[in-house]
Design a protein around this ligand. Structure first.
Ligand code: SF4
Length: 262
């Protein structure tokens, strides 16, 4: 059995060499405050606020963000005590980047709470629970050597608007992804696993406190989306790990283990 995820496919598309270094060769990964920023933001907004029926106040959600963000930073200090080696945004020091991201995250979580409330978006309910961090596991067919390929993951949120139109949403604390693969895959997962006909998805860009335009999920045929997973699986099976030096190297967390770093 081959276990895949949307993030594996996007990671492989970005640089197959980095995929192999991380997932097969155990290369040490450099800490980056932006990773803690995104994960703590997801924790505060989804695990704390949405999953608990929006019963927490903005200050409680902000506190949850700060506490989780600091946990990540402490973990990164253990992993790499020399902060000058960490990846960070722009030309600032790591300490400055950490302080800036903490302040920004505090603002962003409160902004998001206000935005979705004003827009009238509510999590869909599945089995009496808000559909956030929604798990899925679907069998998409056979790989190169006849093994079943299973795609699994967690969908940030399945919302409904005031007209009960469902929407798959993925929260982004960094840049807009280069392509919509994640949303296409999540659309298939919701339809297959939960039998809900979702036709739209978006990325919510916390930096802009706004969603992207809705992506029409059915415009991309399911077969083409799944074929991307099957081809990525085949490339991994035969060990195709060519490097993709260039833009991706700057934020690559295994750059110190890569001969092709550019
Ligand atoms: S440093 Fe560049 S080429 Fe090397 S693994 Fe990272 S992204 Fe790929």
């Amino acid at each position: 059995m081959s276990l895949r995820s949307a993030s594996q496919v996007t990671e492989f598309a970005r640089c197959p060499r980095s995929f192999a270094l991380k997932r097969h060769e155990g290369a040490p990964q450099l800490p980056a405050p932006w990773a803690g920023h995104g994960s703590a933001g997801h924790h505060a907004l989804l695990d704390v606020w949405e999953a608990n029926g929006r019963t927490h106040t903005a200050s409680e959600v902000q506190e949850a963000f700060v506490s989780k963000f600091r946990e990540y930073i402490a973990e990164y200090d253990q992993r790499e005590p020399d902060r000058s080696l960490w990846l960070r945004g722009g030309r600032k020091s790591t300490d400055r980047d950490i302080a800036d991201r903490e302040a920004l995250g505090i603002e962003q979580v409160a902004n998001y709470m206000q935005y979705v409330t004003t827009e009238g978006l509510e999590p869909w309910e599945i089995d009496g629970r808000p559909a956030v961090e929604l798990p899925f596991k679907i069998n998409i067919g056979e790989g190169l050597f006849g093994e079943p390929i299973i795609v699994r993951g967690f969908i940030d949120a399945l919302y409904r608007d005031v007209n009960w139109v469902p929407l798959v949403r993925d929260l982004k604390f960094g840049k807009r992804p280069a392509w919509d693969f994640q949303l296409w895959m999540y659309g298939i997962a919701v339809r297959e696993e939960y039998d809900i006909d979702v036709e739209y998805g978006d990325f919510f860009l916390c930096k802009e406190n706004a969603p992207t335009n809705p992506v029409e999920l059915l415009k991309m045929p399911d077969e083409e989306v799944l074929d991307l997973v099957i081809k990525m699986d085949a490339a991994d099976m035969i060990g195709y790990y060519n490097p993709n030096p260039g833009e991706a190297c700057r934020t690559c967390d295994v750059q110190r283990s890569c001969k092709f770093f550019a």
